[in-house]
Write a protein that binds this ligand. Sequence first.
Ligand SMILES: Cc1cc2nc3c(=O)[nH]c(=O)nc-3n(C[C@H](O)[C@H](O)[C@H](O)COP(=O)(O)OP(=O)(O)OC[C@H]3O[C@@H](n4cnc5c(N)ncnc54)[C@H](O)[C@@H]3O)c2cc1C
Length: 472
Amino acid sequence: MIESKHIEALGQMLGGKGLLTGPADMAAYETGARYDKGSAAFVARPASTAETSAVVSYCVKNGIALVPQSGNTGLVSGSTPDATGSQGILSLDRLAAPFDLDRINRTVSAGAGLRLSEVNRRLEEAGLFFSIDLGADPRLGGMIATNTGGSRFLRYGDVRRNVLGLTVVLADAAGTVLELGSGLRKNNTGVDWKQLFIGTSGAFGIVTECVLNLEPLPRQTATAFLVPSAPDRVPDLLVAMEDALGSYLSAFEGMSKNAVSAALAHVPALRNPFQGGLVPDFVILAEISRTSPPREGEQPLDAVLEDVLAGIWEREDAPLADAFVGPPHEMWALRHALSEGVKHSGRLIAFDLSFRRGDIMRFLAHMKAEMPARFDGVTICDFGHIGDGGVHFNLVVPADDQRLAGPGFEAALREWVFKVAVEDFGGSYSAEHAIGRKNRVFYDRYTPGEIRRLAAGLKALTSPGPLGSVTF
Ligand SMILES: Cc1cc2nc3c(=O)[nH]c(=O)nc-3n(C[C@H](O)[C@H](O)[C@H](O)COP(=O)(O)OP(=O)(O)OC[C@H]3O[C@@H](n4cnc5c(N)ncnc54)[C@H](O)[C@@H]3O)c2cc1C
């Protein structure tokens, strides 16, 4: 597909480690975290911003399409090439430098190819961390391009709230390098261009370096599983917890019985923490944390949580039926195993939805009531970040279900879910996974024409070359 002279030129630019063309070497880059398998013309792995600029410039001048890829944990077919074999993967996995901690500014300047776990491992000694927390281990560039949310959004916000500067390479003939922001926390001197590259799936440019806000590591943490008195009381429970705990509350994660049961069935390392092994219909994992070390005479955090829960439970018409405090690592292990458990329960059709917080449980109740009549045999295994309105609305279909073989079953299911979520409940069809080939059709459907025209104008202005798995 790509002329051999281009492969040779890229090879000279990048050296042995920097260009992969063999099928076995490229396979992992061509295969997505969950669904997709594409076919790449090559994998280019620049090791610096300058090399990235040179590769991008060459590809733009020669009309070669590039798909940026970081940790390849995205779930909307954004980081992998299509099946044509004509796109090159621009892997940013070698962009490991710099790593400059500014302790006083509480920021780090980091290469976009660093993994989240590596960043946090290196920051631990300074008592700091990059506060986005999730069940995968992405790289910084991909987190920025998807504006990752995660389980502690409730307290720390998303990536957008924590990026203070970016270095970006544009897909134009020059491979222009932009330095956008330098770690200033306050800077209102015109358009904040860095925001254009956050959450836009790499369509406007490639992130090669970033300056991130850091947070003090929590020194004390307590967690509890909460059983609401009824699913529709979950919003009242959330408000009661926020009223009582203020900014101590760092997570409020919802888990359905089906999702928890799937995790317990398929992840052997987990212990069933529920009395008699009976999993409640809906469980909340609540976390509170303090960044100060324990002080003499101060009530331990477990006791604070127990007191608050007892106070809520004793209320007349309490939104809480039951609760127990337990070890954070065990409780989070169950929460983080939900994806894995659900994945092994049958054929998974997953949705990353969000709603105003008061609408989540209404949406879930509506879908549970309607599903049997519309798509009999489909099991809802939902869980999500209830505290910030996010729902991983997972549908599991038995793998041997004959309807899966026929055309249109999955498409009809998707159409219905998106219609109800977006049109009837005013939600988002992509809460935190951004846009990829998988949900592109819904971008076209649900983005107003004026906004699409503006986005196309910005694309022409920034990166007119063929970049990313979707074009805005
Ligand atoms: C088990 C599991 C749990 C998850 N939980 C969550 C969760 O709780 N919250 C959440 O938000 N997400 C979650 N995700 C999704 C995923 O981990 C995030 O979207 C992640 O931030 C993607 O980062 P990545 O490095 O893997 O990017 P990739 O998958 O490599 O790329 C994602 C997108 O960004 C573009 N891109 C990549 N690097 C760059 C770059 N340097 N410059 C420009 N564009 C680039 C790609 O082209 C693609 O469109 C989960 C995924 C898994 C598998």
